[in-house]
Write a protein that binds this ligand. Structure first.
Ligand code: ADP
Ligand code: MG
Length: 351
């Protein structure tokens, strides 16, 4: 099978588990994000793929071939670390040419490739500039150009944007994604930033507690989180306890009953957790009625221009609703309000 396959990968440091039971197929040409909180094993997993770390158990295959014993420098992968690790005393051109020089590529071919890459990253005029004199975003692009210079089979990025400020990070996310698509290079990117993963990835691998929690497209993971960990980690969610009533409905802590899509199969009395995304909640003037419509009181309002966040206390839970100015109704602290939890937007989560 083409692409990268990880089979039953384990990594232990002494008795401590860093990564456990990882199974994954990464199709050629795709961008995959390893997403998870700090310490969950993202870097360890990436370093095992790179060959910089041994695997304790399991198998790594690239295009059908077992590469578990192949040393890092023979894997032909390009890598960008969080620190970038550019050579500060060298120029932009020398940095990019470095992996080519290591491989014994002729001077003329090195020059041609560097010219081509400088065009790609739009730093044509920077060939002879020392990297110490570049801006953060420019350094970022040079690090990526160096990583892809020798046309690697796989590009591995470990939180490459985490040192940049928010605005630059967002534009670099788009830039890297466009470059990846243009070159069609199979890429794995590690991040702890869920919006970065949502922006960039074809496939998101959510890691937590040293294991894979879910694999899916960004929208799938957002809409259909496999468990409470994923629901909580991805996006803003209202997650609250409820009790299954066995007939397609659940009871909220305050006694109200709402209908949920997957409620039928759950035994009456089972304690569950519910997820409703803030943008799915519908607020209306108080005493509205209808399916899944609850009565509550406004406890917080924050208008940040593009969106309005309203917190409503209802049926023993505190729900956050997000609306745009055109959707919103005028509400202030203490106002009574009706909240609808549309059935299709309700998710039942396993604890
Ligand atoms: P992440 O990149 O997701 O923040 P890491 O892969 O760096 O997480 O670390 C995963 C776990 O493995 C952590 O608990 C970390 O302390 C542990 N770990 C990583 N590298 C080593 C090492 N060389 N020796 C011992 N423990 C390590
Ligand atoms: Mg890390």
């Amino acid at each position: 099978m083409s692409g990268l396959i990880l089979k039953n990968i384990d990594k232990h440091y002494g008795a401590a588990c860093a990564v456990s039971d990882v199974n994954l197929h990464l199709p050629a040409g795709k961008l995959v994000c390893f997403l998870g909180p700090s310490g969950c094993g993202k870097t360890t997993l990436l370093r095992m793929i790179a060959g910089l770390e041994t695997i304790s158990a399991g198998e790594i295959r690239l295009d059908g071939e077992d590469i578990g014993d192949t040393p890092a420098h023979r894997r032909d992968f390009g890598m960008v670390f969080q620190s970038l690790a550019l050579f500060p005393h060298m120029t932009v051109g020398e940095n990019i040419a470095y992996p080519l020089k290591l491989r014994g590529v002729s001077k003329a071919d090195q020059q041609a490739r560097v010219t081509e890459l400088l065009q790609l990253i739009q730093l044509q005029d920077m060939l002879d500039r020392p990297v110490a004199k570049l801006s953060g975003g420019q350094r970022q692009r040079v690090a990526i150009a160096r990583a892809i210079a020798a046309r690697p089979k796989l590009l591995l990025l470990d939180e490459p944007l985490s040192a940049l400020d928010a605005k630059l990070r967002e534009s670099m996310q788009v830039e890297i994604r466009q470059l990846q698509r243009q070159l069609n290079i199979t890429t794995i990117m590690v991040t702890h930033d869920q919006s970065e993963a949502m922006t960039m990835a074809d496939i998101v691998v959510v890691l937590g507690e040293h294991r894979i929690q879910q694999i899916g497209s960004p929208i799938d993971i957002y809409r259909n989180p496999a468990n409470a960990f994923v629901a909580d980690f991805i996006g803003n969610g209202n997650i609250f306890p409820a009790t299954a009533l066995g007939d397609g409905t659940v009871g909220l802590p305050g006694g109200d009953v709402v209908r949920v899509p997957q409620g039928e199969g759950i035994e009456r009395g089972t304690a569950i957790r519910m997820l409703v995304r803030p943008e799915d909640l519908q607020l209306s003037q108080s005493q509205a009625a209808g399916d899944n419509c609850l009565q509550g009181v406004v406890t917080f309002v924050r208008d940040v221009g593009a969106t309005i966040e309203t917190v409503v206390e209802c049926s023993g839970v505190s729900l956050t609703a997000l609306s745009t100015p055109s959707q919103s109704i005028p509400l202030t602290l203490g106002d009574p309000v009706s909240v609808t939890l549309p059935m299709q937007a309700c998710r039942v989560l396993r604890a």
